[in-house]
Write a protein that binds this ligand. Structure first.
Ligand code: SF4
Length: 418
């Protein structure tokens, strides 16, 4: 297996907007959870057979067309807050992960909450365990907003932690930000983007705030005690981000993701098919609809023709693994129409789009033979661009992504109708 997601469902405190499978005030279960997680990782590895070759050589600069073969093996620790684990706990998890995806050749990422990364020694420890990429949830540089969101750090602490990670030897750092936040103005967002460009992480992820039902933030917005920017204001902030980050030397390679390019063959704004060297290979694997294993409470895995997710609750998860069972909560069988539709929906999120080579590799079919009518219509509407390498969203298509994606979904029986 080439890609592995590991879920660590612990947080110091729940943020007001969060609907992830994560739990606060359960620190006393971390050790037992790590035991169960390591057991699951080894069991999933045994079920899948020997790990992929550790001699995989990755060329840093990926030449178009982008396909699954070009990606590094990846391990991604997400959450929740993986940095709630101690270094010995992290070491055990990574040793178990290594039985599935050899870590030596892999991009190994951990998400991190700046409020939980205690000091530079901890970050150096993570680096020495083979974690070579770190992703900090910063979300805002405005302290009052961070408080409204329930974040456990200030802007200054987040920036200080970023610099500590640099000193600890992390050469690949992502910063996550949210726009469309309560009370946020376009001027505030412009200021944030300028600070971001000065900080200069290799990678930036920007997400529009989604007020999820069932969250404390949703209650506050519904009651009217908090107001958030409307769709037009959020769209303006997104366009501003595209403009400012391009000016700061970032290449947008996915709807919400930007990265620096440091190798030969500078992609620049015009080289539509290139992947910047700072890109996150794990997330690109998702967008290429690649197969990946997942482990941990609530983690979702995908090995075509199946997808599954693990038991959500921490105690149920631990109990099931201790009873000698895999903690799978549900397995869903996928039809060929799912493979085709998801390859298009996910792939078109990438600025490089879906190459003919990638579609043939993932779906075993010819893109124009399967979706010729849709591609013709969408090209005439100016939403898609076709060239000799494949198809991708136009600027206009990027703003109307959902209208494009839906055209590639079909009922199972119609999957090969065209
Ligand atoms: S730190 Fe992240 S995972 Fe944890 S509650 Fe906040 S948003 Fe959710």
């Amino acid at each position: 297996m080439k890609h592995l997601y590991i879920h660590i469902p612990f947080c110091q405190r729940r943020c007001s907007y969060c609907d992830f499978n994560t739990y606060a005030n359960m620190d006393d279960r971390i050790e037992a959870y790590v035991d169960a997680l390591c057991t699951e990782l080894v069991a999933r590895g045994q079920a899948l057979g020997p790990a992929a070759s550790s001699t995989f050589i990755h060329s840093q600069v990926i030449t178009p067309p982008l396909t699954r073969a070009a990606l590094r093996p990846t391990i991604f620790l997400g959450g929740g807050t993986p940095t709630m684990l101690s270094l010995p706990q992290m070491e055990r998890v990574l040793a178990a992960a290594d039985t599935l995806v050899p870590a030596a050749a892999a991009e190994v990422t951990t998400e991190a909450n700046p409020g939980t990364v205690i000091d530079e020694a901890y970050l150096r420890g993570l680096r020495s365990l083979g974690i070579n990429r770190i992703s900090f949830g910063v979300q805002s540089l405005h302290d009052p907003t961070l408080r409204v969101l329930g974040r456990i750090h200030t802007a200054a602490e987040a920036i200080a932690t970023y610099h500590q990670a640099r000193r600890a030897g992390f050469e690949r750092v992502n910063l996550d930000f949210i726009f469309g936040l309560p009370g946020q103005t376009t001027a505030q967002w412009a200021w944030t983007l300028d600070r971001l460009a000065e900080i200069e992480p290799e990678h930036v992820s920007l997400y529009s705030l989604i007020v999820e039902e069932g969250t404390p933030l949703h209650q506050q917005v519904t009651r009217g005690s908090i107001t958030v920017p409307d769709d037009d204001e959020s769209a303006a902030m997104y366009e501003l981000a595209m403009e400012r980050l391009a000016a700061a030397g970032y290449t947008q390679y996915e709807i919400s993701n930007w990265a620096k390019h440091t190798g030969a063959g500078q992609p620049g704004g015009n080289h539509a098919w290139a992947l910047p060297t700072g890109a996150c290979h794990h997330n690109v694997a998702y967008w290429l609809n690649a197969d990946y294993v997942a482990a941990g409470a609530g983690a979702h895995g995908h090995i075509y023709p199946q997808r599954w997710h693990d038991i959500l609750g921490i105690n149920d998860y631990i109990r099931t693994v201790r009873a000698g069972q895999l903690p799978t909560a549900e397995t869903v069988a996928l039809a060929e129409s799912d493979l085709l539709g998801e390859t298009m929906m996910m792939g078109l999120r990438l600025n490089s789009g879906v190459s003919f080579a990638h579609f043939a590799d993932r779906c075993g079919d010819d893109l124009l033979a399967v979706y010729g009518d849709e591609i013709r219509d969408l090209t005439e509407l100016g939403l898609i661009i076709q060239d000799p390498i494949g198809i991708r969203l136009s600027e206009r298509g990027r703003m109307l992504g959902n209208e494009v994606f839906v055209r590639f979904l079909r009922e199972p029986a119609d999957a090969h109708a065209s």
